[in-house]
Design a protein. Sequence first.
Lengths: 433, 307
Amino acid sequence: MISEIRKSIIAAIWFSVLSFPLVALKVDYLEKSIHLRWDNLAIIAVGTFFISYVWRYFLQRVEKSRQEEVSGGIEKVSSAKTETSAQKILTRLVSLSHSKPLIAILLVMIIAFPFASSTYQTSIIISTMMYIVLGLGLNIVVGMAGLLDLGYGAFYLIGAYTYALLNFNYGIGFWMSLPIAGMLAATFGVVLGIPVLRLRGDYLAIVTLGFHEIVRLVVENWDEVLHGPSGIPNIPKPGLFGFEMGFNGSTTYLYYITAVIMVIAILVIRRLNISRVGRAWMALREDEVACQAMGIDTTKTKLTAFALGAFWAGIVGVLFAAKSSFVNPASFTFFESAMILSIVVLGGVGSIRGVILATLILILLPEYMRFLKEYRILLFGAIMVIMMVFRPQGLISDAHHEYELTPRPAGDGIRPGMSPEFNSTTGSSSNNQ
Amino acid sequence: MTESNEILTYFLELFSSGLTRGSIYALLALGYTLVYGVIGLINFAHGEVYMVGAFIGLIVAGIMSIMDFNILAILFVTLTFAMIYAAAYGFTIEKVAYKPLRKAPRLAPLISAIGMSIFLREYVILAQTPDFVSFPALIPKPEFLLAIKDYLEPTELLIIVSSLTVMILLLVLIKRTKVGKAMRSISQDREMAMLLGINVNQTISMTFMLGSLLAAFGAILIAAHIGQINYNIGFIVGIKSFTAAVLGGIGSIRGAALGGLVLGLTESFATGYISSDYEDVFAFSVLVLILIFKPAGLLGKATAEKV
């Protein structure tokens, strides 16, 4: 106990010293003034004292459960015993989300939502659903195929600009633009995919990031055609057979369109996951060489992953343009790509339900933390770190962790004579949905 | 002045400003490459350490210039303080955001790094200012360099020379000292290094501190040269330096230095001769082109795939 307190005091002193120049001092050398702000420093000292105490307590618990998992690998593989209470809640949530009544209730809630709340709330939920689709799309590339893509926001931009430009120049409407934008984004996905086929891991990451920056900067600088940094205004919302709806009505209509697209995306990606190409993606993710040896065309597999992932970003781009009725390059910075990637990783790479849960947290949390005013984004960054430290495998970890060759006790659902790998493969496809 | 002379002057101008930029990229790229070499992580918060270093430097330099110190003394103390503090920040970031994730899936530390980067930016906005602030011109202009003023900006020459010196020192440190040896051994095989009695945690901390130190060094030099900083300076420089590290072959020290210089020169010449709007586009295009033809970077070794 005393040693714990001593550690916390050390942490408090360390962080006070660390933050002293930035937090306690404010110097203006031109006007020759030095402000000392001791009160800020006191808050930091007291705050870090308690935070470090809580931090170490939870970290120890996490470490302990991890060690138990390692040491008890053979005796108690059934992970239920080593689960902490938080994990239990999560597993319960996961099993709940299988149940048909719950899905039905959720669907009813989604349908009823616009009638029960304000336009502002509705538009927040629209963007949440958009991010769910974006997360699912990137999940194809990162989660299933294992290709680290930091430039996913570029396809989102391409989708949004496709609608904006088609509408601005030729007056083409929402419904025509939707498939065009999707296809165009998918084409760009292949265009990016071809040169980077040979790259892997972090090289791929930085090239995709570069691709994103190139696309954004070209849009920003090509004033004549792409309208430069000022963007394109007055993008119409989708119409319903020429029926005038007003702002609230058209937002509600867009809400339903987004909801339908989200449901389609979930269904399609769920099916993709257990399809032939989905299994090829997973094989690619696990081991590229072995995958090739099994006769899978890795070129084609990678390109389909890029194209299908980008397709959804293009679709959401159109939704974004329609929702905000204005596009400019500043909406599609690297932060956007990082945000979508965070959704995928926080949700648990490869898991669809994880993506949905993570989007709810990452998009709704900052939205409803507005009372924290300027500390909102600071806390957002901190939460990202905290979540990763305490749950690095994501909220709902994908079944592919089960590929490890741990011998399982009999009666664990494995028929004798069936190899554990086979069991976990079938397990993964059913768990993934 | 004849026309050919003008062309030459313009060329030299671009060349020296490219080298200046390049040496800053190289200093940061070394930080990326060191960390990547040792724990295989893209340290997205590295650009933010650079930015924090610049702000610490601004505060120290501000206090000292109010107290009317000699400019050389200010430069020296500012550099020292900024480097020490940046090292402390690097150390703390590693302990908080990366160390608990050593055995986690590969993407987890990446997201934690992005979170850390967001946190640090907001921290500086809240604690200091969201606006641009001017940074005092600390780099002296010695008499003997004024003679070549027509061809080379004296401050640029000093930045290039001092960062090259630091890079050479780093190379010596990595090649000759015990710490350097420990770093190299961890990058080859962490578990084996542990078995041979190398304190892995300490060495990883050292690596982060070393990288942060270099970043702060570069930050002070360039801030004093350009004359203003804000909370956002770390982001784009960070991304470009990482690009430089990849360009040279990530994990390779010489590659990082070379990549930084190549990137700086490319940007400078492309801006000067083609168009200044597309400066960053050129940088990334060069990256994409080089990686397509040399997937492991300029000096990186293509590792054979083990089957």
